[in-house]
Design a protein around this ligand. Structure first.
Ligand SMILES: C[C@](O)(C(=O)O)[C@H](CC(=O)O)C(=O)O
Length: 527
């Protein structure tokens, strides 16, 4: 059977598809996004003539509206992570979103648990999203059924919860290859997610355990990941939101120096007599020294700096360095070109700088993070996504202010996320108790409209504490203690239907299915 009756019918269908995409990209939800490709290219990647509306689009638009309202009002949404649908149901009574964390999925949902290395199968987090989303649908459905057993007047006194809280989920580094990233993003959309975050961390090198900063990928690779996610949404016609997470804050390594935009921040040895870092590690190991000590000593010996700082040190006057800076300012200048400019400004002197010598056993280059670099990356990424987040290991007033302020100079209405990660100690970081308490409201004014709690993870700390306390008590007091302290208070706060049945179990939904099949009317039968 032929799909099209003629090629002209096919051409007309493709043209209509292109027009549809162009009109969609002008909608309020889409118009801030800048794509490096045309609607025509996307049409050519679509199932032309097969229109699927994904629930993820509905949830994406809902979240977009919610966050923009917060942005207008200077208010915010704050939430936390869980992988458990029954907890999401309770959260819906007070919170407007829910987070599905990769770290938590890796710890509690993977076949083999582990720390947060984003090393679990790529469909793990989407599968948790799917389970939560399905359960949201089910609770919404059973609530509809229960409510429609009452008259309109009686419904006014009944609990009526919006269970369809948009789900924000962790897409880590997009799971590697371009096609791998496309498949993962597609699984999230199919699962019903409202927003995913994608970061600039290096695949396979995510570690928080070794006392070092993280490894990031070149700017170009980060932008490719985000473009891949955007392209996948566009192919699917999905309004799913994209959160551009940037991990450059306090990063210590970068996988490659292929992108000249990164060159000003790569560290090189300026001591020509130093051995390579790998050689130093081997020698240190033979002497029984630990890795971090060897690294600190070697960095000192190598006099590691950025190329610009090496030029500054080699210049014989402030004027020479100023002339160099003047030539490299405000544009992308590769190391090769920087060397030539430096030589010219320093009267023919070569600046010794070697970024190969510091490379790690796994090949990474050493990296000098700075707020400016994080800002530069976030600004480049912003047009591909809907929300921006710079993941910070520690809260820092100046960085918070500079980062959000500078990004907003370029994108005045930018929406930001803020993750409470890394066991933040606000008081140690210089916040007064009052500033700490007002922190969520204060950063909302900078545009941080979606805030979420990750480390320490409530799902491990809070639930563990509760489970431990309950286990101890249950052993001591058994079912009598359970009835008194759990069943009793729980039943007292649980909504019930007019027959005294707890509404959340949804037995009436099952009954309703049977009744409808049996030809009974289920909306007014109990009036
Ligand atoms: C937000 C995060 O991606 C997560 O998986 O929850 C983690 C949290 C953490 O391990 O601190 C991250 O920040 O990478």
């Amino acid at each position: 059977m032929q799909k099209w009756s003629s090629t002209s019918e096919e051409t007309a269908a493709v043209e209509a598809e292109i027009k549809g995409i162009e009109a969609w990209w002008q909608s309020d939800r889409q118009k801030h996004i800048k794509r490096p490709y045309s609607a025509k290219s996307i049409a050519a990647l679509r199932n032309v003539g097969v229109k699927i509306e994904y629930p993820s689009s509905v949830q994406g638009r809902k979240l977009w509206k919610l966050l923009n309202e917060h942005n207008k009002n200077g208010s915010y949404e704050i939430t936390f992570g869980t992988t458990e649908p029954l907890i999401v149901k309770e959260m819906a009574k007070h919170l407007q979103t829910v987070y599905v964390s990769g770290a938590l999925c890796g710890l509690s949902q993977a076949a083999w648990p582990g720390a947060d290395h984003a090393d679990y199968p790529s469909d793990l987090v989407p599968s948790v999203v799917k389970r939560i989303f399905n359960s949201q649908l089910w609770h919404d459905q059973r609530q509809t059924q229960m409510r429609l057993r009452y008259s309109e007047a009686d419904r006014a006194d009944l609990e009526c919860i919006d269970y369809m809280t948009p789900i924000v989920a962790d897409c880590d580094m997009g799971f590697g290859t371009l096609t791998g990233c496309m498949k993962t993003v597609r699984s999230f959309v199919e699962a019903g997610v409202a927003m995913i975050h994608i970061d600039d961390l290096a695949l396979g090198l995510k570690k928080f355990t070794n006392g070092e900063g993280r490894t990031i990928v070149p700017t170009s690779e980060y932008l490719n990941r985000l473009t891949t996610a955007r392209m996948t949404f566009d192919i699917m016609g999905a309004d799913t939101m994209l959160l551009c997470r940037c991990d450059s804050d306090h990063a210590e390594f970068i996988t490659s120096v292929i992108d000249p935009r990164d060159h000003p921040y790569v560290l090189g040895a300026t001591n020509p007599d130093v051995e390579t870092f790998v050689e130093a590690l081997e020698a240190g190991k033979a002497k029984g020294q630990d890795y971090l000590t060897v690294k600190a000593e070697w960095k000192n010996k190598a006099t590691l700096t950025t190329f610009d700082d090496a030029v500054n040190a080699a210049a014989s006057s402030e004027e020479q360095y100023a002339a160099y800076l003047n030539e490299v300012a405000g544009r992308i200048v590769s190391l090769r070109e920087r060397r030539a400019i430096a030589k010219k400004c320093l009267d023919g002197k070569d600046v010794y700088f070697d970024w190969e010598v510091p490379r790690l056993p796994l090949g990474q280059y050493m990296w000098q993070w700075s707020t400016k670099q994080v800002i530069d990356r976030a600004i480049l990424a912003a047009p591909l996504g809907d929300v921006t987040w710079s993941r910070q290991d520690k809260p820092n007033k100046k960085d918070m202010h500079d980062f959000h302020g500078e990004v907003r100079k370029v994108f005045p209405d930018r929406l930001f996320a803020f993750g409470y990660v890394g066991a933040y100690d606000f008081v140690k970081a210089g916040y007064s108790q009052e500033e700490f308490e007002n922190f969520p409201q204060d950063i909302a004014k900078m545009g941080c409209v979606w805030q979420f709690k990750v480390q320490p993870i409530w799902a491990t700390q809070g639930l563990s504490l509760h489970a431990k306390q309950f286990a101890e008590k249950f052993k001591k007091e058994g079912i009598a203690g359970y009835m008194r302290d759990v069943a009793g208070p729980s039943a007292a706060q649980m909504a019930t239907d007019k027959f005294g049945e707890p509404t959340a179990r949804g037995d009436y939904l099952a009954d309703a299915f049977f009744d409808v099949v049996a030809g009974l009317e289920i909306t007014d039968a109990v009036e």
